[in-house]
Design a protein around this ligand. Structure first.
Ligand SMILES: Cc1ncc(C[n+]2csc(CCOP(=O)(O)OP(=O)(O)O)c2C)c(N)n1
Length: 330
């Protein structure tokens, strides 16, 4: 990839990381106020570098994500308005206020599903990748899941069949060291998920999950491989969950030194400094990006607040998608 194209991509990555942080900081703020947001809120704070994987995809590709989805959805092009309105249960939300935060789908952006059913994503993604292969499309599927999900039988089944059928499926495990209140060593027999790739006949790569450059390079390489019909691959992002499992969870069970260690590795601070050092953005441009992100969240909140709740009689609308109408696919 030409240097200028790559640097333009790196600028977009920083922009989306800043947008995600501004979006999630606002959610945390709203969640702390009584009766402002329904349900639980699960944030990807500290994991924003994952946007690099999404930005390595083309518009024809499909993504499937999990309950920690904001970075993925914003990177894919979902607007803060439509996501915030959804989270607030409003009619103008991405799923007309019916999915709430944990099950958002954005068919026109090929975001097939967000699921909080742990381990459900990879099997669904396997189906999407099978369809892409069957229809001889030049497209791939990328599925995000956590280290906790990697312990589910469904994820192993998906990896096995993807390996057997050489599906164009990129598994992206965001290993953020925790699954709910369980640490990795309490639920996983090996120290890294990536070692399991060999068992399913696919390449695996462990990357620094707080480094967007590493994620971008590995994603581009693995996506190209999938697109060329060489079968699935697994990328593990070694990262950290900076907030609890939901905004009610204040992480009393986590050693404060562990959180402090990872705070030093904040992916946004590190990437912003690197792009400034590389001359890809200057300090003033980065500041404008930050302010633009904040302003777009202000506007999104105004929009969501002013939006109506869905009418009770709409409860049975939009429950089933017509694939050909929603996505142009049959
Ligand atoms: C099948 C299933 N089992 C348990 C849960 C409860 N649950 C929700 S998220 C979660 C932890 C998931 O951990 P991980 O996959 O590592 O993702 P992370 O939250 O760390 O990003 C659990 C146990 C669930 N939603 N679905």
């Amino acid at each position: 990839m030409a240097k200028e194209t790559k640097n333009a991509l790196r600028r977009s990555i920083l922009e989306k990381m800043l947008l995600t942080r501004a979006f999630e900081d606002r959610i945390a703020h709203l969640a702390a106020q009584k009766d402002r947001l329904p349900g639980m809120q699960i944030l990807a704070t500290g994991q924003e570098a994952a946007v690099a994987a999404v930005l390595a995809l083309g518009p024809e590709d499909v993504i499937v994500t999990n309950h920690r989805s904001h970075a993925h959805l914003l990177a894919r092009g979902a607007t803060p308005q439509s996501l915030l309105a959804e989270i607030m249960g409003k009619e103008t939300g991405v799923n007309h206020g019916k999915s709430g935060t944990l099950h958002m789908a954005v068919p026109h952006l090929n975001v097939l599903m967000t699921s909080t059913v742990v381990g459900a994503g990879p099997l669904l993604a396997m189906g999407a990748a099978f369809a892409q292969q069957y229809k001889e499309e030049d497209a791939v599927t990328m599925v995000f899941f956590g280290d906790g999900a990697a312990a589910e039988g469904s994820v192993h089944e998906a990896m096995n069949m993807a390996g057997v059928w050489h599906l164009p499926l990129l598994f992206v495990c965001e290993n953020n060291c925790w699954a709910g209140a369980q640490s990795l060593k309490d639920h996983c027999s090996v120290s890294n998920i990536v070692t399991r790739a060999a068992g399913y006949g696919m390449p695996g790569k462990l990357v620094n999950g707080n480094d967007p450059d590493e994620i971008l390079d590995t994603s581009l390489e693995m996506i190209a491989r999938c697109r060329q019909g060489q079968g699935p691959a697994l990328m593990e992002l070694a990262t950290y969950r900076m907030r609890g499992h939901g905004e009610y969870d204040h992480q009393e069970y986590v050693d404060p030194e562990e959180i402090a260690f990872w705070a030093q590795r904040d992916p946004i601070k590190l990437f912003r400094t690197r792009l400034e050092q590389d001359g890809v953005v200057d300090a003033a441009q980065a500041e404008v990006m930050y302010r633009d992100a904040e302003a777009s969240i202000d506007a999104a909140l105004e929009f969501a607040d002013a939006s109506p709740y869905p009418a009770p009689q709409a409860a049975f609308d939009h429950l089933w998608a017509r694939a050909e109408e929603e996505t142009g696919r049959i």
